[in-house]
Design a protein around this ligand. Structure first.
Ligand code: DLL
Length: 433
């Protein structure tokens, strides 16, 4: 279902006109209201009057996560405090959190973005949404909550954790839609199997999953364990939370809510804007935000833009599902590797679960040593050791072929790797300690 055809299916040139008007207004606002931006814009030797076309956005400075931290907590606010009605923050464990302050207009933008997101997955007022994203400073809980209310669906504000109770409610209330991190969706499915609950027989038939990287393999697992359609949704605290990009029924890239968030993809080394189809770092400008608007925010997320029309009828540009983050990249013995590559390589190997942990140590010889723990399907674990040994060799060989590094694989029993109720932890890098 398309929640807002007027905006989502808008003719391209009309959208560009709206975007340009919003961009001019935004640059004027931050120039006059946010000293940090005034200084940054002055340094680039331009003034707001120099923005004549959308391409002129390339003249504007970038904003980075460090800029946000340096201006903690209120340095990027672009309106008086009495207009702020809600605050969210990033969940990182190091340094100062990244703060996003919302006015009522910002909440309207968020409600709209999230209603479009949930509707993209087929949510209507008939749905019962079991929302297991954490409520609180994290944007997942309230983001989905606002979107569900805007659609008029019934929302169960479960938050994360208390898995037994989640399963009881899922069954007793006949929830039709699940929203949580993809890793939690799989964990919930495992617990359901353990408790003898047949998820495939329940009314649950769709879900919106995001907040962390997940592969097509995980999608297949979730879809088959629940007998549902599993949709990818994307967003980040700095921009609004979830509601930035979402999959439609075509499941072929994530539609960006472009009237609100202007996307660019840049070469992370040179800062140059890349054409559609070329992989790089995703950058967003919040065209219509009031509380803490951002110019050209560098997300560190890696993807490419898709401009070809989508068969769903929406005309917004899409991004490919994320490939990883510039700061997720592991450099192991000089080779650049993303955890998602390891996950993708595991797809092809029969007998493994999509649960893995990468542990990196620096050996006595000062070389990096990587152990990849992989969970094995239950029935295989009871088989002879020969079967397990050959599986281990096969994974090691596949990784060597695909990633060009040797790593040691340790097969572990199902449910050995710690499950998370929020974002999953896939890497333990002991080299930095
Ligand atoms: O994770 C917002 C969110 C909540 C998105 C619920 C989707 C669903 P942060 O905690 O600020 O916000 O983390 C943002 O998470 O820059 C990506 O690196 C990653 N991320 C978010 N969605 C996806 C996704 C929320 N669908 C950071 N695929 C982003 C891969 C994702 N990574």
């Amino acid at each position: 279902m398309i929640f807002n055809p007027e905006y989502e299916c808008m003719e391209g040139e009309t959208r560009k006109k709206l975007q340009l008007a919003a961009l001019k207004n935004l640059v004027e606002t931050v120039y006059s209201k946010v000293p940090f931006y005034r200084k940054k814009i002055e340094e680039t030797k331009i003034t707001p009057k120099d923005i004549h076309s959308l391409k002129d956005i390339e003249k504007l400075p970038f904003t980075t996560k460090d800029d946000l931290r340096d201006n903690y907590p209120h340095g990027l606010r672009a309106c008086p405090q009495d207009r702020i009605v809600e605050v969210h923050m990033s969940t990182g464990t190091t340094g100062k959190p990244v703060v996003n302050e919302y006015t009522n207009i910002d909440l309207d933008i968020w409600r709209q973005g999230m209603a479009r997101t949930l509707a993209g997955a087929g949510c209507t007022s008939d749905d019962i949404v079991q929302n297991c994203y954490r409520y609180g400073l994290f944007t997942g809980g309230l983001g989905v909550h606002y979107g569900s209310l805007t659609i008029g669906a019934e929302v169960l504000p479960m938050s994360s954790g208390l898995t037994e109770r989640q399963l009881m409610i899922l069954r007793d209330f006949g929830s039709t839609m699940l929203t949580c991190t993809p890793s939690y969706a799989l964990y919930l499915a495992e617990e359901a199997a353990e408790a003898g609950i047949d998820l495939r027989a329940l009314p649950i038939n769709k879900g919106c999953f995001g907040a962390e990287a997940w592969s097509e393999n995980m999608r297949t697992q979730i879809e088959s364990r629940y007998n549902m359609k599993a949709y990818d949704i994307y967003g980040l605290t700095e921009i609004i939370g979830p509601g930035v990009g979402f999959e439609c029924e075509a499941q072929n890239g994530l539609h960006i809510n472009e009237d609100m968030f202007y996307p660019e993809v840049i070469d992370p080394d040179t800062g140059k804007v890349l054409p559609a189809g070329k992989k790089g770092e995703l950058v967003f400008t919040t065209l219509t935000r009031e509380g803490t608007p951002l110019l050209r925010y560098r997300t560190r997320d890696i993807t490419f833009l898709i401009e070809e029309p989508c068969k769903c009828g929406r005309t917004t540009r899409r991004i490919h599902r994320l490939f990883g983050r510039t700061d997720d990249m592991l450099i192991i013995r000089g080779v650049n590797i993303f955890p998602s590559q390891i996950e993708h390589s595991l797809i092809e190997i029969e007998g493994t679960e999509p649960q893995y942990l990468i542990i990196i140590n620096r050996g006595d010889n000062h070389l990096d040593e990587v152990e990849l723990q992989v969970e094995v399907k239950k029935d295989l674990f009871s088989d002879e050791t020969k079967v397990l040994e050959s599986l281990r060799d096969r994974i090691e060989q596949t990784m060597k072929n695909k990633l060009q590094i040797s790593l040691k694989v340790k097969l572990v029993e199902p449910k050995t790797i710690e499950r998370s109720i929020g974002k999953a932890k896939r890497v333990i890098d002991n080299r930095r300690i």
